[in-house]
Design a protein around this ligand. Sequence first.
Ligand code: IMP
Length: 201
Amino acid sequence: MAQIVAATNNLKKLTELRKMLADQEVEIIGLDRYKNYPEVEETGATFEENASQKALAANRYTDLPAFADDSGLCVEALGDEPGIHSARYAENDAARIAKLLAALQGQDNRRAKFVCVIAIAFNGEIIETFRGEVHGVITDVPRGSNGFGYDPIFMPDGYDRTFGELTAEVKDKISHRARAVKAAVDFVEDEMSSCFDDFGC
Ligand code: IMP
């Protein structure tokens, strides 16, 4: 079976990605397989740049095709922050949530979106990047303990529950990560079918 490296150290992200790709004929290898894998600094100014840096680093280190996701929460009233700084916004999930709710105190506009960009790297080059978004609002208080990160304060449009309250099955159908993964899988399937058509391979 073909192998691809998922360039993330976040085990909850890896679990979501593995579930979303369970039907694909591909073995997803986590970075935990590589004990001396170096810390990759995220120096990009966009989700696309950071995802590409992480995917390229993993592809070069492992010599296997690799993909990485860079994701975050963009809050309209905060000029789309924390955005690419979502993981570094404060030192842990509880502190990040508390800081965000404090920043939004008294704010009527609670619109926000989760963004996920997946980059695929092969032979030392980025093949393509794929973006998924889910729009919604930030709640006044955290609700639920499912998922990770900012899930307890994000309520997607069309639902009256936060990602922290919704089941993994629901989140994994509508999330930014699910949408980016679907775009990536569609692209790979299309490329492969044109390869079949053109070369009979
Ligand atoms: P990254 O690992 O640099 O992509 O950081 C992404 C950060 O954005 C995570 O550490 C979370 O704080 C936040 N984030 C991304 N996706 C999600 C999600 O699905 N739920 C909740 N928080 C998320």
